[in-house]
Design a protein around this ligand. Structure first.
Ligand code: FAD
Ligand code: NAD
Length: 478
């Protein structure tokens, strides 16, 4: 039978914002019996982002990499309340979060407040646009399921529109020019997946587009994938050359219109020139920006005055200048890159920390009642017995309190670059392994498969891979 959620007045209320890598890893580790746990997120599922680029071409169906939060919560020991809503404001002084149901269907109440004793902020980041005109209106991002679906639809729309009767040759060229801005891992992986789609399926099914379909990756810096070693950057760039993906390095986009982008190109002699590049599909992947709800909290806390890119946290992930408020993942600024790996480890750390805090509190309570019993003991024997119990509890307390600060353990960086090749910078034992190629690709596939959230996800992803191998990707435009 469904349990009713009645907050226990004896327990603290722990509110967790977000259902991404940070928050879900925390929930997985958390012993929910110790707190009244409330989760708030506009997304009622966890998304395995590393495979999202594959959803843009239909290689993987998006539902294969989603795990419903309801399924995660029903396996927890104590009831956890979930509200599908966006946190619109965190009032630090009043210790409440304002939440709003922004989904299509609304009840009589769609805005309310949730009070908290403890708060974990794991809302991730939004897409950076640097205020460049036209980006929001004309380009696609690649962060959420909806973004991948949108891209998938638009690729086919560009292709079919290019095939429209009497389309001019210049317009065909423009419509089939797929431009990706940002040479970080998101941009690189998407460009690779798109070129694969063309080589494996599109080219065969619609041979007329063969001479005009073209993928261009635009990057402001001198090279792509700055977080990888020089050797792997070179490997990626040479693979892209073989695949016929153009890399336009030292090219910074300054303006976006519905049909072309304008970029400042730095020439080999150092001179700069503005170039106009027509496009059919534009995918914008220039990294992260702070969400408004996080920015607003930063403005409430004087200790966050100098933070720019997110909430500054201490080594226990406590938000600087705030009491009983923690931040994990892309919205927190620690010493590490904003990756799933970091967010996942931070969430798991907080899970362990909160379990320990609850245990510590329970032992402290017991100690208090034992010392009361000791003072009321009638005989020396009774007193000695209580004394032994106190010693035992104190030992337990020392053991549980021994949780050190958060330490990140880097397992390595992996990225798919197309043509059944991947690059990997992996630190195993003491050595650093840098590798690229087909074996790395097989490793990439098996690593990601094993990292999927559930057996169901693993099965679905493997099935999608097999399906695409046997029948090709589905080119129908939904
Ligand atoms: P997210 O996972 O983004 O989760 C944020 C959560 O907060 C979401 O559930 C969201 O709905 C919710 N939310 C948003 N706003 C609010 C609000 N106002 N109130 C409440 N909830 C809110 N990293 C790797 O390490 N390896 C990879 O291979 C990799 N591949 C990637 C591929 C792509 C296409 C992308 C976009 C990212 C990739 N990353 C990868 C980066 C990784 O996904 C992020 O670093 C990670 O998701 C951060 O986790 P998070 O919990 O901070 O945020
Ligand atoms: P990123 O910040 O890593 O890269 C963005 C790139 O865009 C930068 O190289 C920047 O120079 C470029 N850029 C910015 N403005 C530009 C402009 N106006 N014109 C041209 N280029 C411009 O962003 P990302 O790729 O979205 O990644 C975000 C985070 O997610 C990173 O921490 C990354 O490591 C992580 N991630 C990891 C993987 C993986 O490990 N396989 C995959 C995707 C994302």
């Amino acid at each position: 039978p469904e349990e009713q959620f009645e907050p226990d007045p004896e327990k603290k209320t722990l509110v967790i914002l977000g259902t991404g890598w940070g928050s879900i890893s925390l929930l997985k580790k958390l012993d929910t019996e110790n707190y009244n746990v409330v989760v708030v997120s506009p997304r009622n599922y966890f998304l395995f982002t590393p495979l999202l680029p594959s959803c843009t071409t239909g290689l993987i169906e998006h539902r294969s990499i989603m795990e419903p939060i309801r399924n995660i919560l029903r396996h927890k020991k104590a009831t956890v309340k979930f509200y599908e809503a966006e946190a619109t404001k965190i009032d630090y002084e009043k210790r409440v979060v304002s939440i709003s149901d922004d989904s299509e269907i609304k009840g009589d109440i769609s805005h309310t407040e949730v009070p908290f004793d403890m708060l974990v902020i794991g809302v991730g980041a939004e897409n950076a646009t640097f205020g460049i005109k036209g980006v929001r209106e004309h380009s696609c991002f690649l962060k959420e399921v909806g973004d991948a679906q949108n891209i998938r639809k638009r690729i086919m729309d560009c292709v079919e529109t290019a095939m429209f009767k009497d389309q001019t040759p210049e317009e065909v060229k423009r419509l089939l020019h797929m431009v990706v801005v940002g040479g970080g891992p998101t941009g690189v992986e998407f460009a690779g997946e798109l070129q694969d789609f063309f080589n494996d399926d599109l080219k065969k099914w619609i041979p007329e587009i063969k001479d005009n379909f073209h993928v261009t990756l635009v990057e402001a810096l001198p090279n792509v994938l700055p977080m990888f070693s020089k050797q792997l950057i070179d490997y990626t760039e040479s693979t892209f050359k073989e695949e016929e993906i153009s890399i336009r390095a030292k090219t910074m986009v300054k303006n976006v219109t519905d049909k072309y982008i304008q970029a400042e190109v730095t020439k080999p002699d150092g001179s700069k020139e503005i170039e106009t590049i027509p496009y059919g599909l534009l995918v914008w992947a220039t990294g992260n920006a702070v969400r408004p709800v996080v920015r607003d909290l930063m403005n409430q806390l004087p200790a966050q005055k100098n933070s720019r890119r997110g909430l500054a946290v201490n080594e226990y992930l406590v938000v600087n200048g705030a009491d009983n408020v923690w931040a994990v993942g892309d919205c927190a600024i620690s010493n590490y890159a904003p990756t799933a790996q970091v967010a996942g480890q931070e969430g798991a750390f907080l899970g362990r920390l909160f379990n320990t805090m609850a245990k510590t509190e329970a032992i402290e309570k017991e100690l208090k009642s034992l010392s009361d019993a000791q003072s009321q003991a009638k005989s020396d024997d009774d007193r000695n017995q209580v004394f032994d119990e106190i010693r035992e509890r104190q030992r337990q307390l020392r053991r549980t309190k021994q949780i050190g600060p958060f330490q990140y353990s880097h397992q390595g960086s992996l990225a798919y670059i197309g043509k059944e090749r991947a690059v990997a910078d992996i630190s195993w034992l003491s050595g650093n392994i840098a590798s690229g190629g087909t074996m790395t690709y097989l490793f990439w596939r098996s690593a990601y498969l094993s990292m999927c959230f559930s057996t169901r996800n693993r099965f679905l992803v493997a099935f999608d891979w097999i399906k695409a191998k046997l029948f090709g990707r589905d080119v129908s435009r939904e």
